[in-house]
Design a protein around this ligand. Structure first.
Ligand SMILES: [Zn+2]
Length: 270
């Protein structure tokens, strides 16, 4: 069932259960589910096993559901000599384990700590090169490099990744909430980049981010949604929130905004 011109999604942590019960719970409520996978060395991990993957594939088929998969660690190379960094080893493991889901996108972060507040052009060039190499490596593990979506992070200038995204022919995951946290205009950024955007993350800001969209001023949410549908965006928009109340109240406000846009005939469906 298509609710909006884009594919609405949320995370695999809406009810306090594992991934599978969450997917069962959400299957008819959304078009896409972001699987948030974590793996702690010698500790808990929630990588789905073969049986769970087979169930997830079945549910997706029955409900026209897609998945996005968030890779666990910020990607980087270990050093100049190309040995594998733990972030790449884990990315490989997660991609291998979720291949049969044929994810709409793998969401990833590039580790930018070394160049934040860095004006040295040599350091920037070096960072760009290692980030590009890391992306090229990961690209070999997926059917198409466009499936990889590099996410902008709060407290980083979002343009930081522009160059490397272009060079690596990967997509973007634009997190609107991270712009709001930093007091920046997401549309100013999206305008030139929505064509290469495969996933949009959205969440409300209260005491912290990743809260219900009911916390977002209605005019701002309307402005953003109108821009997204006005750009003919057909990708995924994930409400990146983590409980049932936030899910239902966020869905409610998005439906309300969408209804208003349609009623006022501000959406050109041609
Ligand atoms: Zn995000």
């Amino acid at each position: 069932m298509k609710r909006f011109p884009f594919r609405i999604g949320t995370t695999s942590y809406i009810i306090p259960e594992d991934i599978l019960p969450n997917v069962v719970f959400l299957a008819d409520l959304v078009d896409d589910i972001e699987l948030v996978l974590f793996e702690v060395d010698n500790g808990p991990n929630n990588l789905p096993d073969k049986k769970v993957i087979a169930e997830l594939v079945k549910i997706a088929r029955q409900h026209q559901l897609s998945y996005t998969v968030h890779l666990p660690l910020d990607l980087r190379l270990a050093g100049e000599n190309n040995e594998q960094h733990v972030s790449l080893i884990k990315a490989n493991k997660v991609i291998g384990c979720t291949r049969e889901l044929n994810p709409h996108a793998y969401i990833l972060h590039l580790d930018g700590r070394d160049i934040l507040h860095q004006n040295d052009p040599v350091a920037l060039t070096q960072w760009n090169r290692q980030a590009l190499l890391a992306l090229q490596q990961v690209s070999q593990w997926v059917p198409n490099s466009r499936v990889l979506a590099v996410e902008n992070l709060e407290h980083y200038p979002a343009e930081l990744w522009d160059e490397v995204i272009k060079q690596a022919s990967v997509s973007r995951c634009v997190d609107i909430g991270h712009f709001w946290v930093d007091g920046l205009d997401p549309i100013a950024f999206l305008e030139d980049r929505i064509q290469e955007t495969r996933v949009i993350h959205i969440h409300g800001i209260a005491e912290r981010d990743h809260q219900s969209l009911a916390n977002t001023p209605a005019e701002e949410l309307e402005r953003v949604i109108e821009f997204i549908v006005g750009s003919n965006y057909r990708g995924v928009m994930t409400m990146e929130i983590f409980n049932e109340n936030d899910f239902f109240s966020s869905m409610e406000v998005i439906k309300k905004v969408w209804k208003k846009i349609v009623q006022e005939d501000r959406w050109d469906n041609s």
